[in-house]
Write a protein that binds this ligand. Structure first.
Ligand code: NAI
Ligand code: 6NA
Length: 457
């Protein structure tokens, strides 16, 4: 597995990074485990939280540089890259300012005596992360782990090595001790060996089902806690009483966010039959009109996919969908020329027998379904291997809330697009994974929630 920066806008190789050896892995695990056994990890939380505050300030100071690095490595719009840099500083500050409260002993009213739950770090964690939010995916693991006292060794996606190295530099510059966060350019086999290592107590992974299954299986074999955040095939529901123009604008934004390479962006557009024609017409016009081009250009609205392989995979998926009866309503093709560009695409008439019905399209490809009523919406939304997030548009909030409770996902966003914030839990059900990241829930995934009880005298 070669770690290389290839600019997806030009497909030109920028830099190749050497892999870490088994000796490097051993040194990283040794340093992390020593740190876990030290006063730094088990002692007062404030020194750890001060590192997060400094890290946030360092990130702010280098915002434009960090954003540009991400855009050059994986192709997201420079405006989206700035947003990502902004939110990772927010995540660091959120845990710096809330972790002590989250990890304070929780008292329990018990007949048996004076009882409370303490929150203790469990040891070295492994993070295995993807390329689509190259800093956010790392901070989502690092900030709560650092606050709780769990050192982390991290394997990032092979196409964003510059993001991986600059994140580690920032962490070290913020004053984190050796072993708190170690980036490793390693293979899948080395990942498996790390999970098996007795010094490692947990694994957090975001990415594909294949990777998640392999990591979860190894973690299960060695009885290590894991959290998984994988694909999604999120519905974007537009009810008959929705603000259509608002739903169109947000629908286009969500489907094309990060060039459609986001687990929680809108993927299955579920339209009430009474507004379907109107929505589809306006949605098609808006999708067709977006400016495609250089993600460093502030006026671009759709940049490249992350890699040439991603374009190849998406092209094959669209072709198979059409072979199995889907109607190509818009686009459908890779864009010839330099870079990994794909047309904004809309597929309709997707039957349940079409493989596309159950597939996530990780690119600017919208699937459109038309339904008669709310029961059909719930049935369609839940007829999926995934259960990550979703959105419901209606001017009847109680109706939308009722639908939100019936749709089997980790989150539902009403009258806006699915997104993320430090205080909001992130994660899903079914093949979208398990566990939650961010919020108070996220910091408690990898702590020992230990009961202490003093018997009545
Ligand atoms: N849930 C999410 O946020 C994301 C989901 N994905 C899904 O993953 C698909 C492919 O994107 P990739 O980045 O290539 O995801 P991927 O799952 O191949 O890679 C994610 C991370 O897992 C590592 N990995 C892959 N296979 C592994 C194995 N057997 N053992 C240990 N580590 C392994 C990769 O090197 C990378 O660091 C996308 O089409 C999308 O469906 C991708 C990015 C983000
Ligand atoms: C807005 C941030 C979403 C990250 C979800 C993903 O891992 O694709």
């Amino acid at each position: 597995m070669a770690y290389r920066t290839i600019n997806p806008t030009t497909n030109k190789l920028v830099k190749t990074y050497p892999n870490h050896t088994d000796a490097d892995v051993e040194a990283a695990l040794d340093a992390a485990h020593k740190l876990y056994k030290s006063e730094w990890s088990k002692g007062p939380i404030q020194p750890r939280l001060k590192v997060l505050e400094r890290l946030a300030d360092l990130i702010d100071a280098r915002k434009e540089e960090l954003a540009r690095i991400a855009t050059v490595e994986m192709g997201k719009l420079i405006s989206d890259a700035r947003d990502e840099v902004w939110i990772i500083a927010e995540i660091a500050r959120y845990y710096a300012r809330n972790a002590e409260k989250f990890l304070a002993p929780t008292r329990i009213d018990s007949q048996l005596g004076d009882a409370w739950v303490e929150h203790h770090p469990i040891g070295v964690l492994l993070a295995v992360e993807p390329w689509n939010f190259p800093y956010y995916q790392l901070m989502r693991v690092f900030a709560p782990a650092l606050a709780a006292g769990n050192p982390v060794v991290a394997k990032h996606a092979s196409i964003v090595p510059h993001c991986a190295t600059v994140f580690e530099e920032l962490v070290n510059e913020a004053g984190a001790p050796k072993g708190a966060w170690t980036n490793l350019f390693i293979t899948s086999d080395q990942v498996a060996n790390i999970i098996a290592d007795e010094r490692v107590q947990g694994a957090a992974m975001t990415g594909s089902e294949g990777a998640g299954s392999a990591i979860a299986a190894q973690a299960g074999k060695y009885l290590k806690k894991s959290t998984l955040e994988m694909g999604g095939n999120d519905v974007f529901v537009v009810l008959d009483d929705a603000d259509i123009d608002k739903a169109v604008d947000i629908g286009v934004f969500s489907r094309l966010h990060i060039s459609g390479q986001e687990c929680i962006c809108a993927k299955r557009f579920v339209l009430h039959e009474s507004i379907a024609e109107t929505f589809l017409s306006r949605f098609t016009t808006a999708m067709a009109a977006v400016k495609i081009g250089d993600p460093l250009d502030e006026t671009t609205r759709l940049g490249p996919l992350s890699s040439a392989d991603a374009v190849k995979g998406l092209s094959g998926q669209v072709a198979r969908a059409i072979e199995h009866g889907a109607t190509l309503h818009l686009g459908g093709n890779a864009i010839e020329g330099e870079g990994n560009f794909f047309e904004p695409t809309i597929l309709t008439n997707i039957s349940r027998s079409n493989p596309a019905y159950f597939e996530e399209f990780f690119g600017p490809v919208a699937q459109v379904y038309v339904v008669k009523n709310d029961d059909e919406i719930v049935e369609l939304a839940n007829d999926s291997r995934y259960g990550l997030a979703g959105a419901v548009f209606s001017q009847n909030i109680e109706r939308a809330k009722a639908l939100a409770s019936r749709i089997a996902t980790g989150a539902i966003w009403i009258n806006t697009f699915a997104s993320t914030a430090p205080e909001l839990p992130f994660g899903g059900v079914k093949r979208s994974g398990y566990g939650r990241e961010l919020s108070e829930l996220g910091i408690k995934e990898f702590v020992n929630q230990k009961l202490v009880l003093v018997a009545k005298s």
